[in-house]
Structure formats: structure tokens, C-alpha cells
Design a protein around this ligand. Structure first.
Ligand code: PMP
Length: 313
């Protein structure tokens, strides 16, 4: 089913339980959970939930943006849900892209969000406490949070992590919940040393990625996307390559230190210039700033050439 068909089907579907006009409407934020809306604060997962014990879940981080015509649109929704489908397939969690598309649009409409961060999560529930996920119940939720459109304006200070990124040969670079303990360890360690973000580098000194963002550098006006097999193939990275014509290649840590500019990108981070990397301070953010502005126009549908990346809410 194409995305257009999935969106049309989601719109045509009868209201879900809890979505009809007559149903009780709570003022609390609503989360889509296995086909019904529940209050965001309600407890729907038992303490024996497998994913809570072992990280057996898959998530996405998606953003919706207010568009200039007064509406809202989700940025690159099919790509996010396809990545989620791949993760779910590995864990044997059934995942219906069309249903997840519908749930995403419904949760945004239901909560009246325009600028929003959307968090779908599919997970292994209950039925056993062993490591075989086959007998377990499987669940899907989609939550949406109002996003502050302005980044806090904090200086981005990256420290190289003593931790190595999960090797792709052990944990594929997908958004598997348990894999993120690796990011959490790196972030925690970096913060303890006074940085606010960690940069993963491999044993050969090649740059991998940050804890939740991909890395780019600019040298003599040329934009380079850091390529590494252990890094998540980010959707924002792909967007930035399309916008800049950046070359994608492996990059050594010392090349980053010698670069004129470094910036990171991700759905949550958008395009964010890096101010410091260990002892190196970057004074120049010209390309990164211009790109960050262009990215804003693209995600809000102001650049007609990229409107095909938007799914209207
Ligand atoms: N790397 C990691 C580890 C991430 O968690 C993210 C955020 N999803 C990214 C990179 C950026 O990916 P995307 O642009 O698809 O959000």
C-alpha cells in the first residue's frame, strides 16, 4: 500500500474506540495504545513487561511541523515507519505501516498538535520472562509531545566517548530500545566530564556518530557526511545530503578537529552546529547556520521542491 493510500484509509476509517464523538474526552494528553486512546499518564504495561526487563522494543523519533498554510505535516513519515518496520521484523513484532501511519496522524489531530515530536514504540509484552520473544504479547503505542520550536541555544560541547558504538555485527543500527543503553552510557559519561554530548569514535580513530545524531563536517566550503557502518543511517542525514550534495565517506577524528565547521543532525537535533569538540573550539558556523535555516523551510513546506517529504496531518 502506498503512503497516499494509507493516509486515505486512515482518514476513511471509522473512529477508534475512545475516538468517537460520544466517548468520554479527557483533558489529559492522549496516547494511542493498541488501537484505543488512553490518558498519557495511565499505566497500561504490567511490571512483567518483557521490554522493561530486556529492552525488547523498537521506537522511532518523528517530528510534525506547523506549516505556513495554518496546517501541520509530518516530516518523512514513510521513511521513519519503514525503519521501524525493519527493527520490528528482527524482533518478530508484527508492524503494520498503514496502521502506524493512521495512529500517528490520529494522535496529532486528537491532541491538537502542530509542532510536535512523535514517539511510536512497539514492544514485547507479557507471557514469559525467558528470552524467546515468540510467545509474548506485542504492543504498539504512539505518543506526541508539543515541541519547543527553538533549540535552547546552549553551546554544543562534544567529548569523545571512551565507549565504543554497538558494532553493527552485534546490534544492527536500527532503533532497538536495548541498543540505546550504549548511547545512555556515553551521554552520562560525557556529562560527568562537563560536555553535553558524546561523540563515538571506533578503534581505528574513525568517527561513528553522536548518541542520537549523525555528524557532518565542512572544510573549504565542502560538506562531508560522516559514513560508518555502526552509525544509524539517519533520515535527517539523508535530507542534509540531498540539500547540500554532501559527499558521504569515512572520516577520521583528526579530520574533524581540522575542519572549519562541524554540525550534527537528527530528527530531534535538526541541524545543530557544534561549538566545541574536546579542546577544539569552532568559531565558524556559516554553512551550518544557513543549512539549519534551509532545513526549517523544508520541514515546514516552504520549499516546494521538497514538499513530497511532508504528510499532511
Ligand atoms: N543516530 C542515532 C543513534 C539516533 O538515535 C538518531 C536519532 N534517530 C540519529 C542518528 C539521527 O537519525 P534521524 O535523522 O533519522 O532522526
Amino acid at each position: 500500500m502506498s503512503l497516499t493510500e494509507a493516509v486515505a484509509e486512515a482518514r476513511a476509517k471509522p473512529p477508534l474506540r475512545g475516538e468517537g464523538k460520544d466517548s468520554h474526552r479527557s483533558d489529559a494528553p492522549q496516547v494511542w495504545f493498541d488501537g484505543v486512546f488512553v490518558d498519557a499518564g495511565s499505566s497500561c504495561a504490567p511490571l512483567t513487561t518483557h521490554a522493561m526487563h530486556y529492552g525488547s522494543g523498537v521506537f522511532e523519533g518523528i517530528r510534525a511541523y506547523a506549516t505556513t498554510d495554518g496546517g501541520a505535516a509530518v516530516f518523512r513519515l514513510p521513511e521513519h515507519l519503514e525503519r521501524m518496520r525493519q527493527g520490528c521484523e528482527l524482533l518478530g513484532i508484527p508492524f503494520d505501516v498503514a496502521a502506524a501511519t493512521g495512529a500517528t496522524l490520529q494522535v496529532l489531530r486528537r491532541n491538537g498538535h502542530r509542532d510536535a515530536y512523535v514517539r511510536p514504540l512497539a514492544w514485547c509484552g507479557t507471557g514469559s520472562i525467558g528470552l524467546d520473544v515468540t510467545p509474548l504479547s506485542k504492543h504498539l503505542m504512539v505518543a506526541a509531545f508539543a515541541t519547543n520550536v527553538h533549540l535552547a541555544g546552549t553551546r554544543v560541547r562534544l567529548g569523545v566517548s571512551p565507549w565504543r558504538r554497538n558494532p553493527a555485527t552485534s546490534l544492527p543500527p536500527l532503533k532497538l530500545c536495548g541498543a540505546y543503553v550504549n548511547s545512555i552510557l556515553a551521554k552520562h559519561e560525557a556529562r560527568q566530564r562537563g560536555f553535553n554530548e558524546a561523540l563515538f569514535v571506533d578503534d581505528q580513530g574513525r568517527v561513528v556518530e553522536c548518541t542520537g545524531a549523525n555528524v557532518f563536517m565542512v572544510r573549504d566550503g565542502r560538506v562531508t557526511a560522516v559514513a560508518h557502518r555502526d552509525a544509524l543511517p539517519g533520515i535527517t542525514r539523508d535530507t542534509v545530503i540531498a540539500l547540500t550534495g554532501a559527499r558521504s565517506r569515512p572520516v577520521r577524528y583528526d579530520e574533524l578537529l581540522e575542519a572549519d565547521e562541524v554540525f550534527v543532525c537528527g530528527t530531534a537535533a535538526e541541524v545543530t552546529p557544534v561549538d566545541e569538540l574536546d579542546d577544539r573550539v569552532y568559531g565558524d558556523h556559516r554553512v551550518g547556520r544557513e543549512l539549519a535555516q534551509h532545513y526549517q523551510r523544508v520541514v515546514r513546506g516552504e520549499d516546494a521542491a521538497y514538499r513530497h517529504w511532508l504528510t499532511r496531518v
